[in-house]
Design a protein. Sequence first.
Length: 377
Amino acid sequence: MKPLSAKIAGVTESATIAISNKAKAMQRQGIDVISLSIGEPDFATPEHITDACIDALKRGETHYAPSNGIPELLSAISEKINRDNHIPCTPQQVIVACGAKDAIYEACEAVLNPGDETIILTPAWVSYEPCIQIAGGKPVFHEINPKTFQLDDSLLEKVNKKTKMIIVNSPSNPTGAVFNKKSMQLIADLCMDNDLYAMSDEIYEKMIYGKEHISLASIGAMHERTITVNGFSKAYAMTGWRLGYAVAPKEIIAEMSKVQQHSVSQVTTFAMWGGVAALKGDQSCVREMHDEFDRRRNYIIPELNRMGYETAPADGAFYAFVKVDGDDTEIATRWLEKSHVAVTPGSAFDAPGWLRLSYAASMEKLKEAMARIKRVG
């Protein structure tokens, strides 16, 4: 048999999914595993959203829709982006994708040529690097200041003639850090001065605690060169719906649309009506989930600190990023096998010596997980 794709062979599997799969396998064996390894809200999708999807099914919304998304959802997203993010946007500048991850992949395919360099700010979510690699680009890593979790002028050293794009994620997965105005302005200046594209992953924008969310594309003329990625998975507890979107200049959306047309064709038609209900309906569900995450955050971070662990600023998302003394993969494995608590090694995020704990779990489970970790050490 001829060899398979060398490009795909060079891409690693998702470490977050791998850890989650191992935890689930142990659970199937009857082991009481508490999983703090995956970024999934533990809430049900709000009823008015599921009702909208069911209504769409009942009225026959089961056929092909426009590839970029149904007009009603494109319009709702455009209104939200203008209102909440202060980014000039028309429905023609929106594409609805099969989750934010799909939007990120399509953007990389649309922007990058073979050999084009893209700067990834580390610690970073696990899928940025593979998306760049699959598109033929070259990932270039820049470590965020490990004390402040903000940016400084050292970022400028990573730019050269091959640099094409920079990826920004605020609030951050895995650290929970939120970039301040100074960091965001630095990125904007870098892009404007060097004619770079930017991709701003803002999937956790509704989960910020006492800080300000700044959309990169709202700064100056950055909307002319920024792909803003967002979705419904985190804010509306819709992970299984696979519903995300990107907002960008029309010429970028047109190229992303080609990728979508020749791959998944479109997002599931009746699911998109759930997205319309999410954006245009009562937002109290978002506030309630935010407040519960904040309550858990205010428990788990001090508890970890009392156990002697240093943590990153947990200003956003729903993760505790914990510094450990030793090999993070070995420690995560020990916690899983000895205490039956699943967490993700920081090495998965290009941050050896750290662990990511998701507090998207009930207080009861969080308290039991902390007790188990304390016993194992």
